[in-house]
Design a protein around this ligand. Sequence first.
Ligand code: FES
Length: 121
Amino acid sequence: MPALDLKAFFKNVSDEAILDANDILRPYDQLVPIQCLGETIHLPNNNSVWRGLQFWGLMTGEVRIDFSLFCIAGTCQRCKTYIKKPGMASREPMLACQTTVEPGLEIMKLAQGFTYKGRQR
Ligand code: FES
């Protein structure tokens, strides 16, 4: 069970969304700041970018995912996301479901099936 108080971090999140998030996540103990299309979001450490984006969607409503497209197991290849990790000169295609969240990671382009509406709510 995560030690983090998600209600303190996400002021308006429902108990149901927190339960859903904890069902899909591996154990984590911090929310890591990363960049998603130029904006800072916070994803749980020890989890994939895929699950992290699902988490952010549950917490904020800013991410939508067409679940029917994805295996979340590294086989369908449909979650190819353009990511720039710290120290990398340029972005590279990576599978979001096989890439672990790390500080400073930048998502430059999402895979088809992911929608990020950012702060334009
Ligand atoms: S969701 Fe199928 S490879 Fe990532």
